[in-house]
Design a protein around this ligand. Structure first.
Ligand SMILES: [Zn+2]
Length: 142
């Protein structure tokens, strides 16, 4: 199964086989690691496969551009993606651009943060967390 993954660094779309997700592939455009250092934008075509094939736990930030608390939480999520690179895979799901995702994952309020391991949801929390709260919450799953 091949996936289209948008590079979080240069925004080029990469095509790769789902089973390569675990191998830390580099972007064909900027040659930086696709899944390290920045949250990867997901869509309804690739999120389920990312959750299934990632060897790392995955944290998904379900957000929307019109949501103020989502905007204020975004830098915290981005900073955590840098500081915890290689421990957790950070994914952003825009529920406005991708309404099917919000329905599929039963997102009732945003921001919602959900942690998955092996494709199974472990826990979710709604509302913007402080950087300290977010890190403490995430550390439980490592
Ligand atoms: Zn790139």
């Amino acid at each position: 199964m091949s996936l289209l993954i948008e590079c979080p660094h240069c925004h080029v779309t990469n095509r790769l086989e789902a089973n390569r997700l675990a191998e830390s592939p580099n972007c064909g455009g900027c040659h930086r690691p696709l899944f390290l250092g920045a949250p990867v934008p997901a869509n309804s075509d690739n999120l389920a496969a990312i959750l299934k094939w990632s060897k790392l736990p995955v944290v998904v930030d379900f957000w929307a551009p019109w949501c103020g608390p989502c905007q204020s939480f975004a830098p915290t999520f981005t900073a955590a993606a840098e500081s915890m690179a290689g421990k957790v895979l950070f994914i952003k799901a825009d529920t406005e651009a991708q309404p099917a995702l919000g329905q599929q994952y039963r997102v009732r309020s945003i921001p919602t943060l959900a942690v998955f391991d092996g494709g199974v949801e472990l826990e979710r929390v709604s509302g913007a967390l402080s950087a300290g709260q977010f890190k403490a919450w995430l550390m439980q799953f490592l």
